[in-house]
Ligand binder design. Structure first.
Ligand SMILES: C[S@@+](CC[C@H](N)C(=O)[O-])C[C@H]1O[C@@H](n2cnc3c(N)ncnc32)[C@H](O)[C@@H]1O
Length: 333
């Protein structure tokens, strides 16, 4: 269960709650059985696994956030502060006069703080607290503080770090990930053939592969976050080599096999499901290497990926480490 989504839906079940409008837009759309009764609901969701689930549930989806005006805009933001505020502004821009903006967030993501921020901009707010989350909504009454929304809108614009284009909400949007940097520093220059970058983000590792490995013929990027992939397109645009960009859930497998796979798999220390996600990446990588093919990955030192590599038929060795990260090189037997 997505607790924030459950709390969001509660806004419609209270006696004095919101009424389901004839049309609605859902930013950060996630499917819920109760939404099946809504007549005209369009969703935008940049994360592939969630977008696929939304479509599987039968809801219409827009690739790009649609332009237009709606009487209700639902917002289910991620963890990034700048992303959440930028999404409030994106929702504001799509509200009809008198329309309602409804947000839901977990308390651990700072729901109380974001509710206060929104109420400063709108002057009115109604809040529900349940499931360790908050759902809060405001009604556009002609008196909202547009200066605040202008500031928030700017937070969602493309920005630069170390010459790369990034955007709020995507992985490592304010600094180069030190683990990825360590892997980039240890990429063997002789890597050959067709290469895949799994969970490619905005393209940092791909850029390093293209810079350091003149023998590679093709590079395929696989990334779940459409916004990150769009940044990667910009960041790698100047390379004359063959590059393809896949908006893809890596855990569902890859369409072909590769000579080399590089990755900094997604994880979060201490959260079992994220370690499982990293393991799923390893399994897919092992299945998608040709015999003799090579996997190069970086991971936090305490993550138990070695056993997963062995279980997948890969012979591994540690080629570098520092206080936090290790670089593993593995070969398919
Ligand atoms: C640790 S980051 C590495 C990003 C990039 N390779 C770098 O080194 O900066 C992991 C990336 O995996 C992506 N990701 C998470 N789950 C995914 C999935 N199921 N399929 C594809 N990519 C996923 C995240 O969006 C994130 O960009």
């Amino acid at each position: 269960m997505n607790a924030a989504l459950e709390t969001l839906m509660l806004a419609f079940s209270a006696d004095d709650g919101l009424r389901v409008p004839p049309r609605a837009l859902f930013i950060g759309a996630e499917s819920h059985p109760a939404l099946g009764e809504w007549s005209d609901l369009i969703g935008w969701q940049p994360l592939k696994p969630l977008a696929a689930a939304w479509e599987r549930a039968g809801f219409p989806r827009a690739d790009d956030l649609p332009e237009g005006k709606w009487p209700l805009v639902l917002v289910l933001p991620g963890k990034s502060r700048d992303e959440a505020l930028a999404w409030f502004a994106m929702a504001r821009d799509r509200l009809e006069p008198g329309g309602k903006l409804l947000v839901a967030m977990p308390n651990t993501a700072g729901a109380g703080r974001f509710e206060k921020e929104l109420s400063k901009a709108t002057g009115n707010i109604v809040s529900i607290q349940k499931h360790k989350c908050r759902a809060f909504h405001a009604t556009e009454d002609g008196g909202w503080n547009e200066e605040i929304f202008n500031e928030w809108r700017a937070l969602g614009e493309l920005r630069e770090i170390s010459g790369f284009t990034v955007q709020a909400g995507i992985f490592s949007s304010d600094h180069i990930d030190p683990g990825s940097q360590l892997l980039a520093d240890h990429l063997p220059a002789h890597l050959p053939g067709n290469v895949a970058d799994l969970g490619a983000g905005w393209g940092f590792l791909s850029d390093a592969v293209l810079k350091r490995c003149p023998k590679i013929q093709r590079l395929d990027l696989f990334e779940a976050d459409a916004r990150a992939l769009e940044c990667a397109r910009r960041n790698l645009a100047s390379y004359p080599r063959a590059i393809t960009y896949h908006w893809h859930d890596v855990t569902t497998g890859l369409p072909e096999v590769y000579d080399v796979i590089v990755m900094n798999p997604p994880f979060h220390t201490g959260q079992a499901t994220d370690v499982d996600l990293g393991r799923a990446f390893l399994k897919v990588a092992a299945a998608s290497l040709r015999r003799g093919g090579k996997l190069l990955l970086v991971a936090n030192r305490q993550l138990p990926y070695e056993a997963a590599l062995e279980a997948s038929g890969l012979a591994w060795r540690k080629i570098a480490e520092d206080r936090i990260y290790k670089i593993l090189s593995a070969e398919k037997r």
